[in-house]
Ligand binder design. Structure first.
Ligand code: C2O
Ligand code: CU
Length: 389
């Protein structure tokens, strides 16, 4: 009964197929039709969701998993399974998996190779709560982040894999000779800010995915596990985005302050001191290597998502990756963290850069990266009917 759009999160689509109401199209009215068309150029794990009134429409269930298979067809693993973690759309505080509300069971036999594609679509509270699933019962390799393969991934024991909303991780493992493997979720909360008390994050039950049959691995408290560190994993490999310094660099400073917005007093979420739609766009030119220094000047988590491009992580709090290059479309900033990224400006258009916590984006933490000379015929705001966040 309401207007909507679809955005192909992480997929490098032409700008006109990006699905952002008020930027790349008008929201599609009830009963109307809009056709998206793009070539799926990068195999990997993605997802799609509404990008009109996003906070309400994702909460209502307008999202799904999107897997781009490699050119030859299936991946090498015999079992290829999505675990889309999301909020229970019935409104309970529990986490759901693939549209179920409880444990998902995935058939697999001893010795089979399994690829588990974990997608974090859980809507966080005001602190930006990150999910931290852990795989128990088999050593695994972390083969991809946000759909992009890691170089030389080695087997690991159980870790918490910290994911901000919108991020994905692919795990590959062999089923043990006996017993099942489990995915157990936990979460990491931000630190409260001055107004945080009004937005308590509800406690949620840990939901699991069970792969295979037989006795489960010994139960343990996932919060006691070490955290997976993508900056110290896999094998170094040459990467064109780190071979030279960026041609241009921009600060992207994330903060919050109480203020007026949309006719009420709220925690206005700002980028470089302004809130959407008043954040000045960053202007880039085709072919530039663009650096972003993202600074989290808050106690919340902010998973920052760039549309239409792939970011390379250059450093986190000054620490550069020692192993595999890390390529992501959504970079999670922990409270008070600074992350440097670079991307090649190779997809002309007007592209959103925003926090993927729907509450934060709706409260202003959203902006665009504009290719010089490109303008949009679409406008946002209640009069236009286009409300991208
Ligand atoms: Cu998954 Cu602009 O979003
Ligand atoms: Cu945020």
């Amino acid at each position: 009964p309401v207007a909507t759009t679809l955005h192909w999160h992480g997929v490098r689509v032409p700008n006109a197929a990006d699905g952002v109401a008020g930027v790349t199209q008008d929201a599609v009215a009830p009963g109307a039709t809009f056709t998206y068309e793009f070539v799926a150029i990068d195999a990997g794990t993605y997802w799609y969701h509404a990008h009109q009134d996003t906070a309400a429409q994702i909460a209502a269930g307008l999202f799904g998993a999107l897997v781009v298979e490699p050119p030859g067809g299936h991946v090498a693993e015999q079992v290829d399974q999505v675990a889309l973690l999301h909020s229970d759309v019935t409104g309970s505080a529990a986490i759901a998996v693939d549209g179920t509300t409880h444990t998902l069971h995935v058939p697999a036999r001893p010795g089979q190779a399994v690829r588990l594609r974990i997608i974090d679509a859980v809507v966080p509270g005001m602190d930006g709560t990150a999910e931290a699933p852990a795989l128990l019962g088999a050593p695994y390799r972390v083969v991809a982040l946000d759909g992009h393969d890691l170089s030389g991934p080695q087997p690991l024991g159980p870790h918490r894999l910290v994911l901000g909303m919108g991020q994905r991780v692919d795990l590959v493992f062999s089923m043990p000779a006996a017993g099942s493997v489990r995915l157990v979720d936990s979460r990491v909360m931000g630190t409260p800010s001055a107004l945080q008390g009004f937005f308590a994050t509800p406690a949620r039950a840990d939901e699991t995915v069970t792969i295979g049959d037989g006795p489960p691995p010994a139960a343990l408290d996932p919060t006691t596990l070490p955290v997976f560190d993508p900056l110290a994993y896999g094998a170094a490999a040459p990467d064109p985005t780190t071979a030279r310094p960026p041609d241009v660099s921009f600060p992207v400073v994330l903060a919050e302050r109480p203020g007026f917005r949309d006719g009420s007093i709220q925690l206005v979420h700002t980028i470089n001191g302004a809130a959407s739609p008043d954040v000045p766009p960053l202007v880039v030119r085709p072919g530039q290597l663009v650096g972003l220094r993202m600074v989290n000047d808050s106690g919340e988590f902010h998973p920052m998502h760039l549309h239409g491009h792939v970011m390379t992580v250059l450093s986190v709090d000054g620490r550069a990756p020692r192993g595999s290059p890390v390529h992501q479309d959504t970079v999670l900033l922990s409270p008070h963290q600074t992350v440097d990224v670079a991307f090649v400006a190779d997809n002309p258009g007007i592209w959103m850069l925003h926090c993927h916590v729907p509450l934060h984006a709706a409260m202003g933490m959203s902006m665009t990266i504009d290719y010089a000379g490109i303008t949009s015929p679409f406008t946002m705001g209640s009069r236009s009917g286009n409300i991208p966040e």
